[in-house]
Ligand binder design. Structure first.
Ligand code: PGA
Length: 253
Protein backbone atom coordinates (compact mmCIF):
# COMPACT_ATOMS: atom_id res chain seq x y z
CA UNK A 1 0.00 0.00 0.00
CA UNK A 2 1.28 3.49 -0.89
CA UNK A 3 2.40 5.68 1.98
CA UNK A 4 0.10 8.58 2.82
CA UNK A 5 1.97 11.55 4.23
CA UNK A 6 1.02 14.79 5.93
CA UNK A 7 4.21 16.83 5.66
CA UNK A 8 4.68 20.18 7.40
CA UNK A 9 7.05 22.66 5.79
CA UNK A 10 7.82 25.31 8.37
CA UNK A 11 10.09 27.19 5.92
CA UNK A 12 12.00 30.04 7.63
CA UNK A 13 9.45 30.48 10.43
CA UNK A 14 9.36 29.98 14.22
CA UNK A 15 11.97 30.67 16.86
CA UNK A 16 13.36 27.60 18.62
CA UNK A 17 10.87 27.98 21.50
CA UNK A 18 7.95 28.48 19.11
CA UNK A 19 8.99 25.42 17.11
CA UNK A 20 9.31 23.29 20.22
CA UNK A 21 5.83 24.36 21.37
CA UNK A 22 4.23 23.82 17.95
CA UNK A 23 5.69 20.33 17.61
CA UNK A 24 4.70 19.30 21.12
CA UNK A 25 1.14 20.56 20.61
CA UNK A 26 0.79 18.47 17.46
CA UNK A 27 2.35 15.40 19.10
CA UNK A 28 0.18 15.80 22.20
CA UNK A 29 -2.92 15.31 20.03
CA UNK A 30 -1.66 11.74 19.48
CA UNK A 31 -3.45 11.29 16.18
CA UNK A 32 -3.28 7.55 15.71
CA UNK A 33 -1.83 6.68 12.35
CA UNK A 34 -2.08 3.44 10.43
CA UNK A 35 1.10 1.69 9.30
CA UNK A 36 1.10 3.36 5.89
CA UNK A 37 0.36 6.85 7.24
CA UNK A 38 3.09 9.28 8.28
CA UNK A 39 3.39 12.79 9.61
CA UNK A 40 6.64 14.53 8.67
CA UNK A 41 7.90 17.90 9.90
CA UNK A 42 10.41 19.79 7.76
CA UNK A 43 11.97 22.11 10.31
CA UNK A 44 14.86 24.61 10.10
CA UNK A 45 18.35 23.06 10.39
CA UNK A 46 19.11 24.28 13.95
CA UNK A 47 15.98 22.54 15.27
CA UNK A 48 16.53 19.11 13.69
CA UNK A 49 18.08 17.39 16.71
CA UNK A 50 15.50 18.77 19.15
CA UNK A 51 12.64 17.82 16.81
CA UNK A 52 14.02 14.35 16.11
CA UNK A 53 14.21 13.63 19.81
CA UNK A 54 10.67 15.01 20.34
CA UNK A 55 9.19 12.50 17.84
CA UNK A 56 11.30 9.55 18.96
CA UNK A 57 8.46 7.99 20.96
CA UNK A 58 5.81 8.60 18.30
CA UNK A 59 5.80 5.88 15.65
CA UNK A 60 5.06 7.18 12.15
CA UNK A 61 6.14 10.73 13.06
CA UNK A 62 9.37 11.85 11.37
CA UNK A 63 11.57 14.91 10.99
CA UNK A 64 12.81 16.23 7.67
CA UNK A 65 15.36 18.77 6.56
CA UNK A 66 14.16 21.43 4.13
CA UNK A 67 17.22 21.20 1.90
CA UNK A 68 20.69 19.73 1.65
CA UNK A 69 23.82 20.47 -0.35
CA UNK A 70 24.51 19.03 -3.79
CA UNK A 71 28.13 18.58 -2.65
CA UNK A 72 29.37 15.68 -0.61
CA UNK A 73 31.65 17.59 1.78
CA UNK A 74 34.42 20.17 1.83
CA UNK A 75 34.91 23.91 1.42
CA UNK A 76 31.27 25.00 0.94
CA UNK A 77 30.70 27.49 3.73
CA UNK A 78 27.16 27.51 5.06
CA UNK A 79 26.08 24.28 3.37
CA UNK A 80 24.67 21.21 5.11
CA UNK A 81 25.39 17.79 3.61
CA UNK A 82 23.29 14.65 3.39
CA UNK A 83 26.04 12.85 5.35
CA UNK A 84 25.55 15.35 8.21
CA UNK A 85 21.78 14.79 8.18
CA UNK A 86 22.28 11.03 8.26
CA UNK A 87 24.74 11.41 11.12
CA UNK A 88 22.03 12.97 13.32
CA UNK A 89 19.40 10.43 12.28
CA UNK A 90 17.37 12.51 9.84
CA UNK A 91 15.51 10.29 7.36
CA UNK A 92 13.69 12.82 5.13
CA UNK A 93 14.75 15.88 3.15
CA UNK A 94 12.73 18.24 0.95
CA UNK A 95 14.50 18.67 -2.38
CA UNK A 96 13.81 21.27 -5.06
CA UNK A 97 11.12 23.33 -3.38
CA UNK A 98 10.04 26.04 -5.83
CA UNK A 99 11.35 28.71 -3.43
CA UNK A 100 14.82 27.15 -3.65
CA UNK A 101 14.55 26.83 -7.41
CA UNK A 102 13.51 30.48 -7.73
CA UNK A 103 15.56 32.31 -5.06
CA UNK A 104 18.63 30.08 -4.95
CA UNK A 105 18.91 29.14 -8.60
CA UNK A 106 18.53 25.41 -8.10
CA UNK A 107 18.10 23.65 -11.44
CA UNK A 108 17.06 20.15 -12.39
CA UNK A 109 20.65 18.91 -12.79
CA UNK A 110 21.66 20.20 -9.34
CA UNK A 111 18.57 18.58 -7.83
CA UNK A 112 19.57 15.24 -9.38
CA UNK A 113 22.87 15.51 -7.46
CA UNK A 114 21.01 16.26 -4.22
CA UNK A 115 18.71 13.28 -4.77
CA UNK A 116 21.68 10.98 -5.30
CA UNK A 117 23.30 12.15 -2.08
CA UNK A 118 20.09 11.70 -0.10
CA UNK A 119 19.59 8.18 -1.41
CA UNK A 120 23.22 7.29 -0.77
CA UNK A 121 22.69 8.33 2.85
CA UNK A 122 19.38 6.52 3.48
CA UNK A 123 17.40 9.76 3.38
CA UNK A 124 14.02 9.80 1.63
CA UNK A 125 13.90 12.81 -0.67
CA UNK A 126 10.60 14.68 -0.92
CA UNK A 127 11.11 15.92 -4.45
CA UNK A 128 9.07 19.00 -5.36
CA UNK A 129 7.87 19.85 -8.83
CA UNK A 130 5.24 22.21 -10.19
CA UNK A 131 4.57 24.93 -12.71
CA UNK A 132 4.29 28.71 -12.47
CA UNK A 133 1.08 30.55 -13.34
CA UNK A 134 2.17 31.54 -16.87
CA UNK A 135 2.83 27.91 -17.73
CA UNK A 136 -0.58 26.87 -16.41
CA UNK A 137 -2.16 29.66 -18.46
CA UNK A 138 -0.32 28.46 -21.57
CA UNK A 139 -1.66 24.96 -20.89
CA UNK A 140 1.84 23.43 -21.01
CA UNK A 141 1.99 22.33 -17.36
CA UNK A 142 2.03 18.60 -18.14
CA UNK A 143 5.14 18.70 -20.30
CA UNK A 144 6.83 21.21 -17.95
CA UNK A 145 6.44 18.97 -14.92
CA UNK A 146 7.36 15.90 -16.95
CA UNK A 147 10.66 17.56 -17.83
CA UNK A 148 11.34 18.34 -14.15
CA UNK A 149 10.87 14.65 -13.38
CA UNK A 150 12.89 13.35 -16.29
CA UNK A 151 15.86 15.68 -15.73
CA UNK A 152 16.08 15.14 -11.97
CA UNK A 153 14.77 11.62 -11.38
CA UNK A 154 14.95 9.44 -14.45
CA UNK A 155 18.58 8.44 -14.00
CA UNK A 156 17.43 6.50 -10.90
CA UNK A 157 16.91 2.74 -10.96
CA UNK A 158 13.40 1.40 -10.20
CA UNK A 159 14.67 0.39 -6.76
CA UNK A 160 15.88 3.96 -6.10
CA UNK A 161 12.81 5.77 -7.41
CA UNK A 162 10.74 3.61 -5.08
CA UNK A 163 12.37 5.48 -2.21
CA UNK A 164 11.46 8.93 -3.51
CA UNK A 165 8.35 10.85 -2.46
CA UNK A 166 7.10 13.36 -5.03
CA UNK A 167 5.32 16.58 -4.10
CA UNK A 168 3.37 18.37 -6.83
CA UNK A 169 3.21 22.03 -5.86
CA UNK A 170 1.80 24.41 -8.46
CA UNK A 171 3.65 27.66 -7.75
CA UNK A 172 0.49 29.71 -8.29
CA UNK A 173 -1.09 27.92 -5.34
CA UNK A 174 1.78 28.27 -2.84
CA UNK A 175 1.12 30.74 -0.06
CA UNK A 176 -1.53 32.45 -2.18
CA UNK A 177 -4.62 30.95 -0.58
CA UNK A 178 -5.47 29.76 -4.11
CA UNK A 179 -5.60 25.96 -3.96
CA UNK A 180 -5.71 23.81 -7.05
CA UNK A 181 -9.16 22.27 -7.20
CA UNK A 182 -9.23 18.61 -6.28
CA UNK A 183 -9.95 17.90 -9.98
CA UNK A 184 -6.85 19.85 -11.06
CA UNK A 185 -4.73 18.10 -8.44
CA UNK A 186 -6.03 14.65 -9.38
CA UNK A 187 -5.49 15.32 -13.10
CA UNK A 188 -1.85 16.30 -12.61
CA UNK A 189 -1.14 13.50 -10.12
CA UNK A 190 -2.58 10.95 -12.55
CA UNK A 191 -0.40 12.47 -15.28
CA UNK A 192 2.70 12.23 -13.10
CA UNK A 193 1.91 8.63 -12.28
CA UNK A 194 1.47 7.81 -15.98
CA UNK A 195 4.84 9.45 -16.73
CA UNK A 196 6.41 7.32 -13.98
CA UNK A 197 4.64 4.22 -15.34
CA UNK A 198 5.92 4.85 -18.87
CA UNK A 199 9.48 5.00 -17.56
CA UNK A 200 9.42 2.44 -14.72
CA UNK A 201 6.33 0.29 -15.31
CA UNK A 202 2.94 0.25 -13.62
CA UNK A 203 3.93 -1.60 -10.48
CA UNK A 204 6.67 0.84 -9.57
CA UNK A 205 4.54 3.89 -10.43
CA UNK A 206 1.67 2.60 -8.30
CA UNK A 207 3.97 2.40 -5.28
CA UNK A 208 5.24 6.00 -5.39
CA UNK A 209 3.57 8.53 -3.06
CA UNK A 210 2.66 11.83 -4.72
CA UNK A 211 1.77 14.64 -2.30
CA UNK A 212 -0.09 17.81 -3.22
CA UNK A 213 1.16 21.17 -1.96
CA UNK A 214 -0.21 24.68 -2.30
CA UNK A 215 -2.54 26.27 0.26
CA UNK A 216 -3.57 22.95 1.83
CA UNK A 217 -5.54 23.66 5.00
CA UNK A 218 -7.88 21.83 7.35
CA UNK A 219 -10.88 22.98 5.31
CA UNK A 220 -9.71 21.43 2.00
CA UNK A 221 -7.48 18.53 3.11
CA UNK A 222 -10.19 15.88 3.29
CA UNK A 223 -11.35 16.58 -0.25
CA UNK A 224 -7.83 16.78 -1.71
CA UNK A 225 -6.61 13.64 0.08
CA UNK A 226 -9.64 11.68 -1.10
CA UNK A 227 -8.47 11.93 -4.73
CA UNK A 228 -7.19 8.49 -5.80
CA UNK A 229 -3.73 9.73 -6.85
CA UNK A 230 -3.21 12.27 -4.06
CA UNK A 231 -1.30 10.57 -1.24
CA UNK A 232 -1.24 13.44 1.24
CA UNK A 233 0.08 16.96 1.33
CA UNK A 234 3.09 19.20 1.77
CA UNK A 235 1.77 22.02 3.90
CA UNK A 236 3.34 25.43 4.49
CA UNK A 237 1.28 28.16 6.17
CA UNK A 238 -1.32 25.86 7.76
CA UNK A 239 1.39 23.70 9.34
CA UNK A 240 2.38 26.61 11.59
CA UNK A 241 -0.93 26.33 13.43
CA UNK A 242 -1.13 23.22 15.63
CA UNK A 243 -4.87 22.69 15.44
CA UNK A 244 -4.90 23.18 11.65
CA UNK A 245 -2.08 20.71 11.14
CA UNK A 246 -3.61 18.16 13.52
CA UNK A 247 -6.78 18.23 11.40
CA UNK A 248 -4.66 17.82 8.25
CA UNK A 249 -3.02 14.72 9.73
CA UNK A 250 -6.47 13.42 10.62
CA UNK A 251 -7.55 14.00 7.02
CA UNK A 252 -5.25 11.14 5.94
CA UNK A 253 -7.92 8.71 7.10
P1 PGA B 1 1.54 26.76 1.50
O1 PGA B 1 3.01 26.23 1.12
O2 PGA B 1 0.82 25.60 2.13
O3 PGA B 1 1.76 27.89 2.44
O4 PGA B 1 0.89 27.17 0.21
C1 PGA B 1 3.20 24.94 0.62
C2 PGA B 1 4.67 24.73 0.33
O5 PGA B 1 5.32 25.65 -0.17
O6 PGA B 1 5.23 23.65 0.62
Amino acid sequence: MRKQIAAANWKMNCTYAEGEKLLSEVLDAQVALKDHQLAVFAVPFPYLIMANSAVSDSPNYFISAQNCSNKKSGAYTGEVSAVMLDSIGIRYCVIGHSERREYFMEDNAMLAEKLNLCLANKITPIFCCGEALNIREDGTQNSFVEQQLSESLFHLTPEEINKVVIAYEPIWAIGTGKTASSAQAQEMHAHLRSVLAAKYGNNTAEGISILYGGSVKAANAVELFSCPDVDGGLVGGASLNASEFIQIIEALK
